[in-house]
Design a protein around this ligand. Structure first.
Ligand SMILES: COc1nc(N)nc2c1ncn2[C@H]1C[C@H](O)[C@@H](COP(=O)(O)OP(=O)(O)OP(=O)(O)O)O1
Length: 166
């Protein structure tokens, strides 16, 4: 199973709702869709370090004090395909800038473009952005690549204890 991360930086927009930093992915899995910054763990790297590195590489933002918000398992045709550690943070330095991999955009949390994201995201991301924790399993069918397979069903558990060690 591929081990990956996603990081969702949040900022107070001075209004009622927060903004979340999303990327429009420019290459690789999920190309053309919105997501959080993130990617695959490198050898010897902790998930937290991976989320920090990927956010810096993809959008030039230095994130700190990551809070673990979710653990998601994506199955393809009954087999484990991707495990994803999800983080959120309100602590960061720098201004988001585009890279070859990603175009960043601050989006009000009430305006997240779920119709331009992975089919599972509308099920778990609103709760994560609202401060909840989640463990989820999402089943896809139809063969590789994952982003061309069909989302079939899922199980979710909210309010899980994830610890903060990884
Ligand atoms: C199946 O549903 C998914 N939903 C969401 N929101 N995100 C997903 C899903 N499946 C995978 N992902 C995320 C997890 C990772 O953050 C990325 C994978 O990106 P990629 O394969 O491009 O990883 P990188 O390390 O950035 O790629 P390079 O090898 O090109 O550096 O997608």
């Amino acid at each position: 199973m591929i081990e990956t991360t996603l990081c969702f930086p949040l900022r107070d927009d001075g209004d009622d709702a927060d903004d979340v930093l999303l990327i429009e992915k420019r290459r690789g899995l999920g190309e053309g869709w919105y997501n959080g910054p993130g990617g695959k763990l490198e050898s010897g790297e902790t998930p937290r370090d991976c989320a920090v590195r990927e956010t810096r590489e993809e959008v030039g933002l230095d994130v700190r004090d990551l809070e673990k918000a979710g653990e998601l398992t994506f199955l393809l045709d009954g087999e484990g395909h991707t495990f994803c550690h999800v983080y959120r943070t309100r602590s960061f330095e720098g201004e988001p800038t585009s890279s070859e991999e990603a175009h960043p955009e601050w989006v009000p949390v009430d305006d997240v473009p779920y119709d331009r994201m992975w089919d599972d995201d509308h099920l778990w991301l609103p709760g994560v952005l609202a401060g909840n924790t989640v463990a989820g399993e999402f089943r896809f069918e139809g063969g590789k690549p994952l982003d061309e397979a069909a989302f079939v069903d899922h199980d979710l558990e909210w309010g899980v204890s994830l610890g903060n060690e990884n």
